[in-house]
Design a protein around this ligand. Structure first.
Ligand code: UD1
Ligand code: UDP
Length: 380
């Protein structure tokens, strides 16, 4: 049975890498990986770390690509890959343009689709944009829905997805973290040396930000808040690996370059980033994946979004939602820096996103339920 795994961006690579390794260990499956390369260097960084060499590389990233441009190019080029690979199942993850376009292309060819990280919803069409619509459409295109939590499964049931197609498995990012975090902790001294600009005793706040709905005014507000925090806490170091999207690079470098305790650095490979999350007093982020990983390392997350599809983190007490209002960001980060009781409560709350064994559960379902194509409908 041929399984083709489609990957476009950094988080898809991190979240699907442990699944590739899991499926390869099952003799029932012939596993191939196709990267659309919607991301390039950020994707390659993640793939390299997990030792994944794609069977197909569409190499589609363009500078400042539009959504329609990248989606259209994936549809055409991924269809060629389907014809060459002739898979029985296509696996997609999450809610990117790659997720949506690859699921749609597979559907056009009557190939079954397995959706990993299914059922995340904010209920707001434009937040996150365009991800909320990408994942809703991915749901209607998919045959297997691997929900990370019971709450995501409920969202799928509410959209009339059949119960037999929903499987609550946890989030595969916890698998990735489980595999790599020990490696990082075993080599702590090397990472300390790599980030020697951080004084040993100094507290550190880690920042990431890249969502489209924060572009423009939202991102400027976020930068203002970071600058204010840098001035208010001169002994605290703020480390910000800046996403390569030019809509992020431009304003961030213009507004934050040159502040003594704010370190703007390149996107980091996953091992470095795990070390930074582990070392951080808190993370200030609008990332999905980071909200799921930080609690696994005992690091509170302050989430710079108006709506979250990861309400489990808020309820578990591992994250707080503050939007992009500078006053709220500063107040929330200050509270965590100033009040040890509040910090400890968040830092010790349990990770609601899984136990790090999601990929084994996904493989078990696919071994049981996936069937090789036996003809019937014309596909190619
Ligand atoms: C994409 C996903 C988003 C996901 C994020 C993870 C969509 C619509 N968005 O957003 O859901 O959370 O990835 O990071 O699918 N770039 C580079 N090098 C890279 C990667 C990006 O230069 O390795 C630049 C390019 O100019 C590219 C731009 O960033 O055109 C935007 O990339 P794109 O994948 O379209 O959107 P992201 O904002 O990265
Ligand atoms: N990440 C990384 N290096 C960085 C920043 C993030 O490896 O410099 C990892 C992070 O640990 C998480 C994933 O990238 O697993 C999140 O990606 P991103 O924030 O780009 O996307 P999102 O999760 O919001 O879709």
């Amino acid at each position: 049975m041929k399984i083709l795994i489609a990957i476009g961006t950094r988080p898809e690579a991190i979240k699907l890498a442990p699944l590739v390794h899991e499926l390869v260990n099952h003799p029932e499956f012939d596993v191939e990986v196709c990267v659309t390369a919607q991301h390039r260097s950020m994707l390659d960084q993640a793939l390299g770390l997990f030792g994944i060499v794609p069977d197909y590389d569409l190499n589609l990233m363009g500078q400042n690509q539009t959504l329609a441009e990248i989606a259209g190019r994936i549809l055409i080029n991924f269809d060629d890959v389907l014809v060459r690979s002739q898979p029985d199942v296509v696996v997609v993850q999450g809610d990117t343009t790659t997720t949506l376009a690859c699921a749609l292309t597979a559907f056009y060819r009557r190939i079954k689709v397995a959706h990993v990280e299914a059922g995340l919803r904010t209920g707001h069409r434009h937040s996150p944009f365009p991800e909320e619509i990408n994942r809703r459409v991915a749901t209607v295109l998919s045959d297997w829905h691997f929900a990370p939590t019971e709450r995501s499964a409920m969202a799928l049931r509410a959209e009339n997805v059949p119960e037999s197609a929903i499987h609550v498995v946890g989030n595969t990012v916890v698998d990735a973290l489980r595999i790599k975090a020990q490696e990082v902790r075993d080599h702590a001294a090397e990472f300390e040396e790599r980030f020697a600009f951080l004084p040993k005793e100094a507290r550190m706040v880690l920042v990431t930000c890249h969502r489209r709905e924060n572009f423009g005014g939202g991102l400027e507000n976020i930068c203002k808040a970071i600058a204010e925090l840098g001035r208010a806490y001169p002994d605290t170091h703020i480390v910000y690996p800046v996403h390569l999207n030019p809509n992020v690079q431009g304003p961030v470098k213009a507004l934050l370059d040159g502040l003594a305790n704010v370190h703007l650095i390149e996107p980091q490979d996953y091992l470095n980033f795990i070390w930074l999350m582990d070392r951080a007093h808190l993370v200030l982020t609008d990332s999905g994946g980071v909200q799921e990983e930080a609690p696994g390392l005992g690091t509170p997350a302050v989430v710079m979004r108006d709506h979250t599809e990861r309400t489990e983190a808020i309820d578990a007490g591992t994250a707080v939602l503050v939007g992009s209002d500078p006053a709220r960001i500063v107040a929330s980060v200050s509270e965590l820096l100033d009040d040890d009781v509040v910090w400890r409560r968040m830092a010790t709350a349990a990770n609601p996103f899984g136990d790090g064994h999601s990929c084994a559960r996904i493989a078990e379902v696919l071994v049981r339920d996936a069937k090789p194509y036996r003809g019937g409908e014309a596909r190619f």
